[in-house]
Design a binder for this molecule. Sequence first.
Ligand code: GAL
Length: 491
Amino acid sequence: MFLSRLIYIFTIFIVEIVVAKNGSSQHFPENFLFGVSSSAYQIEGGWDSDGKGPSIWDEFTHLHPEKIVDRQNGDVGANSYEYYLDDVEAVKSLNMNFYRFSISWTRILPTGDLTQVNEKGIEYYNKIINKLIEYKIEPMVTMYHFDLPAHLQLLGGFANSAIVQYFEEYANLLFNRFGDRVKYWITINEAAEFCVKGYGGKIHAPGINAHGKGEYLCVHNALKSHAVAYHLYKREYYNQYKGQVGIALDSSFFYSDSNDTVVVNREMQFTLGWIAHPIFSSDGDYPAVMIDRIANHSKAEGRLVSRLPTFSNHWKRTIQGTSDFFGLNYYTSRYIRESLEPIGENPSVARDRGNERFTKPEWIKGASDWLYSVPKGLGDLLRWIKAEYNNPEVIITENGWSDDDRLEDDSRVTYFHDHLEQVLDVILNNGCNVKAFSVWSLVDNFEWSQGYTEKFGMFFVNMSSPRKERIPKKSAYFMEELIKKRSIPGI
Ligand code: GAL
């Protein structure tokens, strides 16, 4: 009797130690929201169904299949155009508070402008939104997630300031038709990402490759587009609908072995600050270190003006303060050191930054070349944002992990466990104003230039079956339990 009592007490003791080490007895705040994210081109398929016009990703993958590692495209993919109900059911099965999805601009405006409004496209998103509302899942809508109307690209896309007006008209249509039910709007997803890879580089659509110039023009017009959409909502819709409008920015955190704070600050400003400083800082405009360095480099190249465009005072004021929350996409981090030789292409944002990036051998790597698990980077980044931008309300709009094809996705479970631990830590111990966390991604999907070779979903999709069945992976059960308990389960 005594012995069995002793064994029982010992077992409880061990269990408690394990929970303390692995799980967490601390809870997410009551109003903290959990969600899951996706984007139109990556999951919808139906690329020319019911009057949809072509986007730059349709054209890029059709004309240049060699630019996608498995030569695949988003023509059909997970076919959410037909099976969106499966997606909504999947979100519901996890008890998520919100679903972040994006609207395909050309499904609604086939040529990108108001020449023609495609009611079938509107109907498609109405069906998704209404089902979400029926299930008490908040729709969070990204207005632009990389898939520009091909027709607007003919005019230069984000390299032409005319995009600002087209974006405003598109935004107006979305607010008008969906604003009664959508209370969370994200204007633009990861401007730095698509501008660097698609305008500065050639690996993303539209593949302009105007490095050192294209990415700066593109971000400039993306910031203006975002700002006009924000003001439009506040002016015309806010009083009636009371929603929030924000933007989603991607960033790593950067470390220096030699604690070189100047170099770390420069890298942070050239990545996150590039987009965040004009919107969230108290002085507005691009970070001073970017303005100075690019001006100096441009001068040395014999140019009369900087490759970094300038904002007039009017635009500085128009852009400043235009986000009701700080949307953050975090995946990984890097160490950096000042490069002794010119780095990257001439000219390019990489050369303007002037730092080498590297990883640590102990960091665990995902299926994507660039993706190493560095949970502490998320905590450090959130603390940096708090200090730099006066503790804005942060919505983590993406965080995710790639693997090869497996239902027992233990590495993804570990990744979420470790990253959510950091989120909880900064909320409880650093007073960071983090309000929500969204997983990238709901279902396995088209991973841009990597096609279908890297899996980010919590749900496997049977791509070889026409019915594209969704099957939950271990990470789906992990998130379901976490949301139910509102604390991090042990692993
Ligand atoms: C983000 C992007 C997503 C997804 C993810 C994983 O940059 O917003 O569309 O692809 O990365 O690479």
